[in-house]
Design a protein around this ligand. Structure first.
Ligand SMILES: [Zn+2]
Length: 75
């Protein structure tokens, strides 16, 4: 095998490893995303209790006083 072929092989291998690592990192980052904030945060308008509930519900009942609240907005 000639030296140029070896260098070419080396470069291709290096690029393949780099691409594989980038893909792995991207997939790992994506798999973490849904786990970051699984619950919706609610803040009771009556007793100011902060609690969480399923993300798909539109309103949630306060576990302390029973008042129905809308999701808490962070913005
Ligand atoms: Zn409450």
């Amino acid at each position: 095998m000639r030296a140029e072929h070896l260098i070419f092989l080396y470069v291709v291998l290096g690029l393949a490893i780099f691409a594989g690592l980038a893909l792995f990192e991207e997939r790992r980052r994506r798999s973490f995303e849904p786990a970051r904030d699984p619950d919706q945060v609610f803040r009771c308008q009556q007793c100011s209790l902060v609690y969480t509930d399923d993300p798909e519900v539109e309103r949630s009942r306060c576990p302390a006083c029973g008042k129905t609240n809308h999701p808490f907005e962070f913005r």
